[in-house]
Design a protein around this ligand. Structure first.
Ligand code: GAL
Length: 702
């Protein structure tokens, strides 16, 4: 069994990407002194250092890295050591220009950045194996080494290459997957538009065509690209396991769809020893802490519920969005601790010291350009103390309430062209259902549609266009065995080859939902429909309507107007010991909440409505009965959180947030490390006060 926690790390991980090669060695001494001051426990090094470590093919220069690892070790800081294979040196590209990836339009990228890789290139594989082997031999038993950090964020910035080498590799992949070319023709439906292939040699990657290309071919190409990248990860991982036994291997994921949508993290979660994730707040006008919670829940789910680690986030603004606001006082700590609440075994950042040169010099860091007499640095030091106070949560697991189904293959299929309504955005539906559950203070696990769902009283299917027969059967059994299911429109429509399931929509779900959809009728921009339900209550939908024919389901809400006026809009079917809800339009937030509330009631999911909006409450529990409650107050008002019994607050006095009464969202208030007068280890009973913008963590008694 490989080790699954960073070797020798006795505390929660706190630190960041450390790129000392950008600085004279005299700065390193100050770095380690400041790391000690901030309570840093682990740093990630060498992620982009290939050109320095191997200045010419086969000639290595490890001197600086030797000195760095020794220095870190002398100061008790653990090392997450990168294999630098995301940034091949210029000499490599000069010798192997074919390893530069090609776009679907046929343009070959140049080098001079990072992540410029054709993953089918055998020259790249050989060179990557070479530097990985050399690093494993040299540092595999270094006492500072805690974790291997393979590559960086596989899947971005290039998610797929379309070169001739990839074309040949794709044909092999198809051959292994399908056997005969006839089977490929069948799976891709090439009878349509005369696309049939007579031999594998005729098959190409889905390069740019004048109008829509074959959807199943495009879907398979995404699978192929993901699998090819994974082959390269495995190759490095296996070298590291062999030459450095006992050191866990990870690669940093980016589970938020907005940050990377090309990687099937369900598959990747099974390949790494420890799941790690990078998360950055998106400035899109929405409540960013919800997107954060969703990414953290998804990461934990990919890890199978086991502890995982946040390997990167930012202390303040990033530099790659159109507008990059600074984090507000206390926001960094709330972000970090929200990840911890949802299962992370620490909080790491990009990066330790803000660069003076290069593309990311305006990206925030733990040590900003302004040095240590800054708000960011003071908050970093306070967070370090806070994480130290939380050491005992290590190894405990976040307690989920409900599940949302999630499948990258379905996302890929849904993003293809020529759908009934471009305004239907599957990601928007997933975000909205998640938000509805978040606002009811429910902790969400994400689950693969074919996985065992029996642990969850409620399962939500936001918009899963692609679902296999097996997934449909799985949901039927889940409901028959007593589960409550909520399904949104445009789910269960096609199979794994993007072929419509035989018969009426929604083929994979007709059975469990007890209905058919005869036709859908998407709405035009600004068009709304009114839906009437029990007691005359009315809801609002837009974007989508359907002509639903109940076949066992009862109509709970009906369309009062719009194309399907008088017909069912929301249905419920009792099946076996459970219930299956179907929602045939895009409901606004208030309307969605009404449906989720009704489903929660069916499922017997606890009412937590007494908690104020934007006060996030999450639980972690250990094998030997320890229970922790994390309460994060994202509002500008102090909040009270009812406690189920008594306990001990672990964080106050160490950290975190804005002073009580300082409005969150103004830069005016001084960030506060300690909330004056509250000692660490304060007993609490019955209720917990969480000051505006602050975080509290309670070890519950009993
Ligand atoms: C991450 C990447 C880091 C850094 C960071 C900036 O995606 O792994 O190296 O670029 O973004 O936000």
């Amino acid at each position: 069994m490989p080790q699954t926690t960073p070797k020798g790390l006795q505390r929660l991980a706190f630190g960041g990407d450390y790129n000392p090669e950008q600085w004279p060695e005299s700065v390193w001494q100050e770095d380690v002194r400041l790391m000690r001051e901030a309570g840093v426990t682990m740093v990630s090094v060498g992620i982009f250092s290939w050109a320095l470590l191997e200045p010419e093919s086969g000639r290595h220069d490890f001197g600086w890295l030797d000195r760095l690892l020794d220095l870190l070790h002398a100061h008790g800081i653990r090392v997450d050591l990168g294999t630098p294979t995301v940034a091949p040196p210029a000499w490599f590209y000069r010798a192997h220009p074919e390893a530069l990836p090609v776009t679907a339009e046929g343009m070959r990228y140049s080098y001079g950045s990072r992540g410029t890789i054709c993953h089918s290139s055998s020259a790249y594989r050989t060179a990557a194996a070479g530097i990985t082997t050399a690093l494993a031999r040299r540092y595999g038993s270094h006492p500072a080494l805690a974790l291997w950090h393979v590559h960086n964020e596989y899947g971005v910035p290039v998610s797929a290459c379309y070169c001739d080498g990839c074309a040949a590799h794709f044909r092999n992949w198809l051959h292994e997957t399908y056997g005969s070319v006839e089977a490929v023709n069948e799976a891709w439906g090439t009878a349509f538009w005369g696309q049939a292939y007579g031999s594998y040699e005729e098959i190409l990657p889905p390069r740019v065509t004048p109008t829509v290309g074959n959807p199943a071919q495009q879907l398979d190409y995404r699978r192929f690209a993901d699998a090819t990248i994974r082959e390269n990860f495995r190759m490095e991982r296996d070298i590291l396991h062999e030459l450095a036994p006992g050191i866990p291997v990870t690669t940093n994921f980016m589970t938020a769809l907005s940050q990377c949508d090309s990687i099937d993290y369900w598959a990747w979660g099974r390949e790494v020893d420890l799941v790690t994730n990078d998360h950055y707040l998106m400035t899109d006008g929405r409540r960013t802490h919800i997107n954060l919670a969703m990414a953290a829940d998804l990461t934990r789910s990919v890890a199978g519920g086991a502890p995982w680690l946040l390997l990167e986030h930012s202390t303040s603004g990033v530099n790659w969005q159109a507008r990059n606001p600074a984090k507000r006082p206390g926001e960094m700590a709330r972000n970090s601790l929200a990840h911890v609440a949802r299962g992370s075994e620490g909080a790491m950042f990009f990066q330790w010291r803000q660069s003076r040169r290069g593309a990311e010099k305006f990206h925030s860091a733990m040590v900003p350009h302004g040095g240590t007499d800054t708000r960011v640095w003071r908050e970093v030091v306070a967070l370090g103390a806070g994480l130290e106070a939380l050491e005992e949560v290590r190894g405990t697991r976040t307690v989920p309430d409900v599940a949302v189904l999630w499948d990258w293959h379905s996302w890929w299929a849904q993003s293809l062209e020529w759908r009934p309504n471009e305004a239907h955005d599957a990601r928007e539906r997933a975000d909205s259902f998640y938000e509805a559950l978040y606002d009811r203070h429910l902790t969400v696990d994400f689950a693969h549609p074919e996985s065992d769902l029996s642990a969850y009283p409620l399962v939500v299917v936001p918009a899963l266009y692609l679902m296999t027969e097996a997934a449909g059967q799985n949901l039927r059994e889940y409901v028959e065995d007593g589960g409550t299911l909520v399904v949104s429109y445009f789910s269960g429509i096609v199979d794994e080859h993007d072929a419509v399931h035989p018969g009426a929509y929604p083929g994979a779900l007709r059975d469990v939902l007890g209905l058919t959809v005869e036709e859908w009728s998407p709405l035009l921009d600004e068009q709304r429909v009114r839906i009437e339900g029990p007691g005359g209550a009315s809801l609002t939908g837009d974007v989508w309507t359907e002509f639903v024919r109940p076949r066992g389901a009862e109509t709970v809400w009906s369309y009062a107007d719009g194309p399907a006026a008088g017909g069912p809009a929301v249905t419920r079917r009792r099946l076996g010991r459970g219930t299956a809800w179907y929602v045939s339009t895009r409901l606004d937030a208030a309307s969605l909440d009404a449906i989720v509330a009704a489903a929660c009631e069916d499922a017997g999911v606890a009412e937590r409505a007494a908690l104020p909006r934007d006060v996030e409450v999450v639980r972690r529990a250990g094998d030997d009965g320890q229970r922790y409650l994390f309460a994060l107050n994202h509002t500008a008002e102090d909040a009270e959180v009812p406690l189920d019994g008594s306990g001990t607050e672990l964080l106050a006095g160490a950290v975190v947030g804005t002073a009580a009464g300082t409005p969150v969202g103004t830069a005016a208030g001084t960030p506060v490390g300690a909330t004056a007068g509250t000692p660490v280890g304060t007993p609490v009973d019955g209720k917990l006060t969480v000051p505006a913008g602050a975080v509290r963590v309670v070890r519950l008694d009993g």
